[in-house]
Design a protein. Structure first.
Length: 316
């Protein structure tokens, strides 16, 4: 059956957009500009990178996260008080995080894992607590969205699986405080195999010489945007590609993409924990990557073949 005639594949907005999330996204867009200007005019270095690099990355991440979450919440048939409340909690703890991150840069010191003074230690405890609260609030929202149906089954599962992988990505952030920094007063690190501050890639700053736990954290966290957007792309392409009008095909492609994405998160986590740079994979990493790519290709072929088989039976 064609979902284009049976149901709304990815429904138009029904509930109002969550305004605090949108305001928070707008505020972070401004903060991103501030941080980018800071990178141009301020030559200070913190933990081996330009002082304003971390604030710029966090501002960009919060913009994407907030807009995506506000959009997903708007797809519900009617507003959920619990989900709206949890989204507001996310905004509050996000504001706390950004105030500390930007404030510490202005002071010229690190925000994460910093316990060099009592004041820095208190700020790090507040940040760590806010991260836990953000994770739990996102978990509550994910459970609420997973219990309902948004659009057709393919769109619904893109949201469910995207949120599930995002929760894993957020949880991977808790690996960083467990790493030895090698620096007195710094209780945690994102680099595995060397102190933080090693040579980094352009734009991301991820280590080019050792493992970096920021990679799986980032990749996993943004499944919230990418998988639902992939579902939307399939709907946009459906009028031009008749096969994509079949819900069976779109659902198969969503499941395949989600499985491949989850495997990618697992792969880069494994690579980082072994102290291996993303751009210098060994044979084991390349073999695992090849298995993932093969699995995705097979999944795509199965999705397409199953729909073709159904069509053939229907015409007999």
């Amino acid at each position: 059956m064609s979902v284009l005639t049976a149901a709304d594949p990815l429904p138009s907005r029904r509930a109002p957009m969550h305004r605090p999330l949108l305001y928070f996204a707008a505020a972070n867009a401004v903060l991103l500009v501030v941080a980018l200007v800071g990178m141009l005019v301020d030559d200070r270095m913190i933990a081996g990178s330009t002082a304003w690099f971390k604030p710029a990355k966090f501002a960009m991440s919060f913009v994407l996260y907030s807009v995506a979450l506000a959009w997903l919440l708007s797809l519900r048939p009617k507003p959920s008080r619990l989900a709206s409340g949890m989204a507001t909690v996310i905004v509050i703890v996000g504001v706390i995080e950004q105030v500390i991150i930007f404030g510490q840069v202005i002071r010229g010191t690190r925000s994460h894992y910093n316990t060099t003074t009592t004041f820095d230690g208190v700020l790090w405890v507040i940040m760590g607590s806010s991260i836990v609260v953000l994770f739990l609030a996102t978990l509550v929202i994910a459970v609420g969205l997973a219990r309902g149906r948004i659009g057709d089954v393919a769109a619904t599962w893109s949201i469910r699986l995207g949120l599930a992988i995002t929760l894993v990505g957020l949880a991977l952030g808790f690996l960083m405080p467990q790493q030895e920094s090698g620096v007195e007063g710094i209780e945690g690190a994102h680099t595995v195999g060397a102190p933080d501050g090693t040579a980094g890639m352009p734009l991301t700053g991820w280590s080019t010489t050792d493992g970096d736990l920021r990679i799986p954290h980032f990749v996993g966290m943004h499944a919230l945007q990418l998988l639902p957007l992939f579902a939307a792309l399939l709907v946009v392409l459906a009028p031009r590609i008749p096969l994509l009008r079949e819900v069976r095909v779109r659902l198969g492609l969503i499941i395949t993409a989600s499985a491949g994405y989850a495997a990618l998160v697992a792969l880069v986590t494994w690579q980082a924990l072994r102290g291996q740079s993303l751009i210098h994979p060994d044979q084991a990493t390349l073999t695992a990557a090849a298995v993932i790519v093969t699995g995705v290709v097979v999944g795509v072929l199965i999705s397409v073949a199953s729909a073709a088989g159904v069509r053939k039976v229907a015409t007999v």
